[in-house]
Write a protein that binds this ligand. Sequence first.
Ligand code: GRF
Length: 217
Amino acid sequence: MSRRLRTAILISGRGSNMDALIEAARAPDFPAEIALVVSNRPEAAGLAKAKAAGIAVAAVDHKIYAGREEFERSLQIVLETHRIEFLCLAGFMRLLTPWFIGQWRGQMLNIHPALLPSFRGLHTHERALADGVKIHGCTVHFVVPEMDEGPIVAQSAVAVLDSDTPDSLAARVLEQEHLLYPRALRLVASGVVRVEGNRVVGASASPAPALAVPSSG
Ligand code: GRF
């Protein structure tokens, strides 16, 4: 097969989406290779897991830098050293500056635990329950300077149950995240989809939404 896209995953915490991407990229026909995992928190549990999986890891501790851009310039050097071509944010809890995003425009994905454009920002599951929505889910999108905006590559929906708590809803959404992110990265890295304005088009072969509506709940 053709050369695989050298991809870095940026994390801050447990890295369960990172695990899903690493696992998917083991398939010989996967169009991206996970070449590096970077965390802004040296103690992130995901870093140790990536290392155990045989992936190169790096920590760029944001706390030792004077500002966001100083941190990002170090991060950029690490990414260039590893000849990284594409980034996946996976629970990366730092806002990125327009400078950094400009370096990676069209080459950086994020996963967000809600059906964008609903529930941008934090505490999405609590807010979904508070607003009484019946359908919730997750989104993989290209990163642009505006937080949780950018062309949407793929989404998965889950039904909200009467019995849901933020934790139970988060758990069902997370299951979908682990399926969705590898699927979205495959679509982008293989060149099956392209960005037209604010839309990602060309994924006519993508599977139907994974919405399971229970008969009672
Ligand atoms: C996920 O819910 C992701 O959507 C959000 O942060 C969480 C990260 O979880 N951006 P993990 O570190 O991938 O387990």
